[in-house]
Design a protein around this ligand. Structure first.
Ligand SMILES: [Zn+2]
Length: 190
């Protein structure tokens, strides 16, 4: 299973580990080991954490709360109070250690601290009136991302996952329509 880090923010990427939320939710974090791999594969998080079951459950409730708040933001409505409580509580915990070197940023800490960091980064983006949050334009994707493009003209969460799929489907539909039109050709007057 490959994870996608395309939302422009770790909290939104965590929320995006469930796809197709409105149809058939597809959860890529089925076990604590999946969460360990998700953290390790995320560039801005520590390379190694261990997930016990209670912290895994906590991570999933944080994820759902972050999604709820991000959706509230996209739909321009008041934040869900239960979601706010969960995210604010998570953000209040100890945070990971950060170090700068010529190789860049290095972060270390346990999973609990990583979740605090994710909650904080979620709060920063959700509180920022300039942040342009959007839901992916592919019907059924449901991923929410931060559009940092000039003029905020981005339509998809990611080109590979969604943009190219939608374009390929549109191309096939056009071909189908063209073929049908050819078949109908001789009998058509317009
Ligand atoms: Zn998408």
């Amino acid at each position: 299973m490959n994870f996608a880090y395309v939302s422009g923010n770790a909290a939104l990427d965590l929320a995006g580990t469930v796809g197709s939320r409105r149809d058939e939710p597809d959860d890529t974090l089925a076990t604590p080991a999946d969460l360990e791999r998700w953290v390790a594969a995320c560039d801005e998080l520590p390379d190694r954490v261990t997930a016990d079951f209670p912290t895994f459950e906590f991570a999933l409730s944080l994820r759902e709360a972050l999604y709820q708040l991000a959706l509230d933001r996209v739909l321009d409505r008041r934040f869900d109070p239960a979601g706010l409580r969960i995210v604010n509580d998570a953000a209040a915990g100890p945070v990971p250690k950060m170090e700068l070197s010529d190789a860049g940023l290095r972060m270390s800490g346990d999973l609990r601290a990583v979740l605090s960091h994710i909650a904080r980064s979620g709060i920063s983006v959700l509180a920022d009136p300039q942040a342009c949050l959007k839901e992916c334009g592919r019907p059924g994707c449901t991923r929410i991302y931060l559009d940092r493009s000039r003029g905020a003209r981005r339509t998809w969460c990611g080109m590979d996952a969604c943009g190219n799929r939608v374009k390929a489907a549109a191309y096939r539909a056009r071909r189908r329509a063209a073929t049908t039109a050819e078949d109908d050709g001789p009998s058509r007057t317009t």
